[in-house]
Design a protein around this ligand. Structure first.
Ligand code: PAF
Length: 283
């Protein structure tokens, strides 16, 4: 596996593959890799001639300094894991490499209502940071396909919107959420949970799974209240939001009239670790 930290090296290396018409699969990450990331690498490998992974803890998408400082960084282990998974190139730039003009130079895209709810509402500026870095990374790697997990469903929707708006020639591929055997959605942040918190965390998915079972049988507002109550019954949880929303517009729904598009989304603090998850209610 090639390992580069500069844009020039990465571009130079990939230009030969692009000139020869090879397909490039790209998995952008912030490191602290887990089985969810590896499922994206594996899918990219099966669908492309070459697989590129980036590791960059992007400062502009953190609205909270402590969260940025505490974000897990396991670069040496990540490189080993990627090599074993058969990744062809790891691009791991520094912040000055990605933001030579400083971190305030970001994309000001209009996402309409997509970033006014959920993560966008609770983490101001987050999606502008995500869009800025993903746009830069796509311009460097020029992939045929880029892979994103559905756990960050709002991020996925916003990236699709950006790629369409800016006419970026890439296919965005969405992969299913990978869960631990007890249902907890895999996330780099899980490694920051204490043992006691890790034992409580699966309750998030248990509530989502029950909510799915009850979907269509109970009015939406009642079901949402029920699920919020279940989360609040666990004293260690601090709920940011629990929404039942539309999988295209991401806006909250008040009835089951477009039920095939209904999803539930949740963000909850456990200690100082913020966990998100979601579930498709009728698929
Ligand atoms: O999902 C992530 O890990 C990040 O938001 C991404 C897409 C790599 C951008 O920094």
């Amino acid at each position: 596996m090639e390992e580069f930290s500069t844009i020039t090296e990465t571009r130079n290396y990939l230009s030969e593959f692009l000139a020869n018409g090879k397909s490039i699969g790209f998995v952008p990450t912030m490191g602290a890799l887990h089985a969810g990331h590896l499922s994206l690498i594996s899918r990219s490998k099966s669908e492309n001639d070459l697989t590129v992974c980036s590791i960059f803890v992007n400062p502009t998408q953190f609205n909270n300094k402590e969260d940025l400082q505490n974000y897990p960084r396991t670069m040496a282990r990540d490189a080993v894991v990627l090599r074993e998974a058969g990744c062809d190139l790891l691009f791991a730039p520094s912040a000055t490499e990605m933001y030579p003009e400083g971190e305030s130079a970001g994309l000001a895209l209009d996402f309409g209502k997509l970033d006014k709810v959920m993560e966008g509402k609770f983490r101001p500026g987050h999606f502008s940071g995500v869009a800025t870095i993903v746009d830069k990374l796509l311009a460097i790697v020029k992939p045929t396909r880029a892979y994103f997990g559905k756990k960050d469903f709002q991020q996925l929707t916003i990236i699709r919107h950006m790629v369409k708006t800016l006419d970026i020639p890439v296919e965005i591929v969405a992969s299913e959420i990978v869960r631990e055997p007890d249902g907890l959605a895999m996330s780099s942040r899980n490694m920051r949970l204490t043992i006691a918190e890790r034992n409580i965390a699966p309750k998030i998915y248990q509530v989502l799974a029950k909510l799915k079972e009850k979907s269509g049988k109970v009015p939406v507002p009642e079901l949402r209240e029920w699920a919020m109550k279940k989360i609040r019954e666990v004293p260690e949880f601090r709920l940011d939001y629990l929404e039942i929303g539309d999988n295209e517009s991401l806006q909250p729904v008040s009835n089951w009239s477009h039920k095939s598009r209904a999803m539930a989304f949740i963000a909850v603090f456990l200690g100082d670790v913020r966990l998100i998850d979601n579930i498709e209610l009728f698929l």
